[in-house]
Every structure is written in structure tokens, then in C-alpha cells.
Design a protein around this ligand. Structure first.
Ligand code: ADP
Ligand code: MG
Length: 438
């Protein structure tokens, strides 16, 4: 196993850019292998986060190809290795499974005018579950702190209230849906219902996911009613205002409006700076104020991308052992922008998808109709639509002159199937990640 890392590194090098390889893959060291867990040592926390976010799918796909079995990665920072914290890390991970993310608390949530109302509403609910605002409906764009706030409620309740952790449930609407499907499949609906209906607090994330899924909506409706009638707290997050949700039953949508609706807006520049300072403090990064302003004025609006920029800047500074200044920040951020603009073309998609499935590019463009070629072709068409600005006609032409209806059919088919087939979804996501990181 020890050479495994040496075997996979060249393969990774052939997929990602040389820069990325040098910075993020080269420094990884092998630590151990046990029961399907492949442990590696990485320089520090930022490094670890960055590798997980950007390269883990590639690493896992390549390891799987090399050893022929699924493997999980475990990251140990150099500091943990030195202090012999490895065992502790394993235990902590296992025991916190399914609980709340300890990083997402009210203390670490920066309040500005963009999220003041949502923050206050969540705090009120956490202090007095079921008694103030029920349901509480939080909506806002991607990466603005909805999941953070739900976890903050959970963490607060566990620390400060008598509600037992088994009676607090955080679940994404996607997992709720998948578990419902499994319970139906294995005739375990009673168990499924009881599990949710005995909760004192139900925190459900990204409810927009149940749009168009009638059976899930019906089940959630009954769960909601039971909890509501018993004055149990329900908190829902969503990417839209309830009225703007399409394909959601009216009776459910109106229930979302029974309690309090609070929005989260993108942060203004002062809030962005405050968030950066807070994160820097937590992550132990020395961030001068002028650099914080520099990042805040250039990063995109979501807090997640602010965080990404900071982590990357922190990682560069720590790897190169230099202090953070505007020059360094501009170099690293210039890199981010360059990477973001790097164009994904239909050709690169066809190449990536065909190599993933080991099928010739020319077969994808042909009219061959064997199952594997058709599926590969449909995935490539779906990705072409999703990741490029090409029109349906352009896509048809690039795929060997397919007509408009074939293209639409392929896109629809994959769109539908990834909702239900989690393996397919994982594969499509893996290819997408690869395309984005090249
Ligand atoms: P959403 O669920 O709305 O897509 P998240 O809750 O996952 O967004 O937030 C994305 C990242 O930004 C998280 O790491 C979160 O901690 C951070 N974040 C968002 N808003 C704030 C804030 N006001 N203060 C501190 N961190 C924040
Ligand atoms: Mg979220």
C-alpha cells in the first residue's frame, strides 16, 4: 500500500495542471492503510480542506482504478501526526457522526444587516423551540449561511437546553427523499414515520429538493402536521421564497407561510470583511485589514467563495512561509479567476467522458446504439448543456450531427436519472469535478 501513493501520483499529474499538482498533490505523504481507510499526511488544515474540496474525487477514482476497490481517505495534518493525535481523530470522527458541525455555531456566525433577521429568528427558536416561530422558514442564495444557521440551532440546543440529542434531527431534503424511497422499497414505512414524528425539533435543509416529488411531499406534509400539532419545532431552509417554489403542493407551500419567513441576503463589504476576520482568527491566519478589504471587494458574493479565497491564500502563505500581503493575495486570486475562466469545451467534455468510460470519442459521436455507448453519449450531452453556453443545435453538430430532439431527450434523461440513481450522480459529479479542475 505504501507505494500506492507513488503509483497514483503520476496518474493524477497527468490529469490536473502542473501547478495544481506541485502545490496540492506532491506534498501529500502516505501514513497508513487499515480496513479500507487510506491515511495520508498533509501539511495543515487549509491544505486538507482544499484537497478534499478539489481533488478528492480524482484521488478516489484513481485509487479505485488502481486497487480495484472502494477506499476512503483519512487526512492527518503534520501537527496531528507530530502530537500523535491520530487515534483521537478517528474516534472523534466516528462519535460526531450525524451530530452537528461543531464549526457552525452562533458564535462563529457573523451578523450584518444581510442576515440579522434570520440570525435573530434562529436564536429565538433555539432558545424557545416550538414556542415562538413555528415553522421558521429561512431562504437565501447558495453559500450564504443557511446550513450554518441550522447547525447553530442544533449545537445551541444540545449545549443549552434539556432537549435530548436523539430528539433533534437535522436532515437535508435530499436525504429525507432517499430514505423515504428505501423505506418504501424495504417496507419500513412505519419505522420511517416514527423516526421523524417523535422528534422535538426537525431541521430540514434545502427543501427545494422535494419540488416535483409527490410522494416525498405527501410524507413530509404528514410529518409536518404531526410535529406542528404537537407544538414541536420545525425549521426549513430553501433557496427561494415559498411563493416562488414551483412544483410544490399548495397545502405544503401555505404551511411554510404559517410561521415566520426570514431571508438572508448577500453580505455587504463590511460584513464580508468581518466574516474574513472571524474565519482568519478561527483558522489562525494572520490577515492584515487591507488584504481583507482586497479579498472582500474581489471575491464573489457568496460567503463560501470568500472562505475559499481566504483558505487558499492562507495555504499559499503557509506553504511558502511568507506573510500575507496584497501582492500575494492578488497572485493567488488572479489564479482563481484564471482557473474559473478556463473554458470547458464540448470537445474536452467528450474527451473526459469517453476516457472515464473507456469508450472511443468517435463512438460517442457515432450513431452506435449499444447500451454503454448510448449512456456515455447521453452523459456527455448532458454535461455539454450544463457546462457550456452552446445551443442545442451546436451540441447536436459537435456530436456528429444529432438532431435537436435527440439532444433534448439525452439531457432530460440524465437530469431525471441522477435524481434517483446515486451511483450515476456520483459518476457525473466526478467527471464534472475533473473537468473543472483541469
Ligand atoms: P448555504 O447553506 O446557505 O448554501 P452555508 O451555511 O453552507 O451556506 O455557508 C457556506 C459557508 O459560509 C460556510 O462555511 C459557513 O460557515 C460560511 N458562512 C456563511 N455565512 C456566514 C456568516 N454570516 N458568518 C460566518 N460564516 C458564514
Ligand atoms: Mg446549505
Amino acid at each position: 500500500m505504501a507505494d500506492l501513493l507513488q503509483q497514483i501520483k503520476p496518474k493524477v499529474a497527468s490529469i490536473i495542471s502542473q501547478d495544481s499538482f506541485k502545490t496540492w498533490i506532491e506534498p501529500i505523504k502516505f501514513s497508513g492503510y487499515k480496513e479500507g481507510i487510506f491515511s495520508v499526511v498533509v501539511p495543515n488544515e487549509f491544505f486538507k480542506d482544499w484537497v478534499i474540496k478539489n481533488f478528492e474525487p480524482i484521488l478516489l477514482a484513481i485509487i479505485k482504478d488502481t486497487v480495484g476497490q472502494d477506499v476512503k481517505m483519512e487526512y492527518i495534518t503534520a501537527k496531528e501526526e507530530k502530537n500523535g493525535d491520530i487515534k483521537k481523530d478517528f474516534v472523534v470522527k466516528k462519535s460526531t457522526y450525524n451530530l452537528f458541525n461543531p464549526k457552525y455555531t452562533f458564535e462563529t456566525f457573523v451578523v450584518g444587516s444581510c442576515n440579522q433577521f434570520a440570525n435573530a429568528a434562529c436564536l429565538a427558536v433555539a432558545t424557545n423551540p416550538g414556542k415562538t416561530y413555528n415553522p421558521l422558514f429561512i431562504y437565501g442564495g447558495v453559500g450564504l449561511g443557511k446550513t450554518h444557521l441550522l447547525n447553530a440551532i442544533g449545537n445551541f440546543l444540545i449545549k443549552h437546553s434539556g432537549v435530548s440529542p436523539e430528539h433533534i434531527c437535522y436532515i437535508t431534503a435530499e436525504v429525507f427523499t432517499n430514505e423515504l424511497i428505501n423505506s418504501l422499497k424495504y417496507s419500513k414505512m412505519d419505522e420511517f414515520r416514527n423516526r421523524f414524528r417523535k422528534m422535538d425539533v426537525l431541521l430540514i435543509d434545502d427543501i427545494q429538493f422535494i419540488a416535483g416529488k409527490d410522494r416525498t411531499q405527501e410524507e413530509f406534509f404528514h410529518t409536518f402536521n404531526t410535529l406542528y400539532d404537537n407544538m414541536k419545532q420545525v425549521v426549513v431552509t430553501c433557496d427561494k421564497f415559498p411563493r416562488d417554489l414551483e412544483n410544490i403542493e399548495e397545502r405544503l407551500r401555505s404551511r411554510f407561510e404559517w410561521g415566520l419567513i426570514a431571508d438572508i441576503q448577500p453580505p455587504d463589504i463590511e460584513t464580508k470583511v468581518a466574516i474574513l476576520n472571524k474565519k482568519a482568527e478561527i483558522e489562525n491566519i494572520q490577515l492584515p485589514l487591507d488584504v481583507a478589504f482586497y479579498i472582500a471587494s474581489r471575491a464573489e458574493n457568496s460567503v463560501r467563495s470568500l472562505e475559499g479565497a481566504l483558505i487558499r491564500i492562507g495555504a499559499y502563505a503557509s506553504l511558502h512561509n511568507t506573510p500575507i500581503d496584497i501582492k500575494l493575495a492578488s497572485e493567488v486570486m488572479g489564479h482563481i479567476i484564471k482557473e474559473k475562466n478556463k473554458e470547458i469545451t464540448i470537445e474536452s467534455i467528450i474527451k473526459e467522458v469517453s476516457s472515464y468510460f473507456n469508450i472511443k470519442s468517435s463512438d460517442i459521436k457515432s450513431n452506435k446504439r449499444t447500451k454503454s455507448i448510448m449512456l456515455t453519449r447521453q452523459i456527455a450531452i448532458y454535461l455539454a448543456r450544463k457546462l457550456t453556453d452552446s445551443s442545442l443545435v451546436d451540441i447536436g453538430n459537435k456530436f456528429g450531427g444529432k438532431d435537436h430532439s435527440t439532444i433534448i431527450h439525452s439531457i432530460k434523461k440524465i437530469e431525471e436519472e441522477i435524481k434517483w440513481k446515486s451511483d450515476l450522480k456520483t459518476i457525473v459529479e466526478k467527471i464534472e469535478t475533473k473537468l473543472k479542475s483541469i
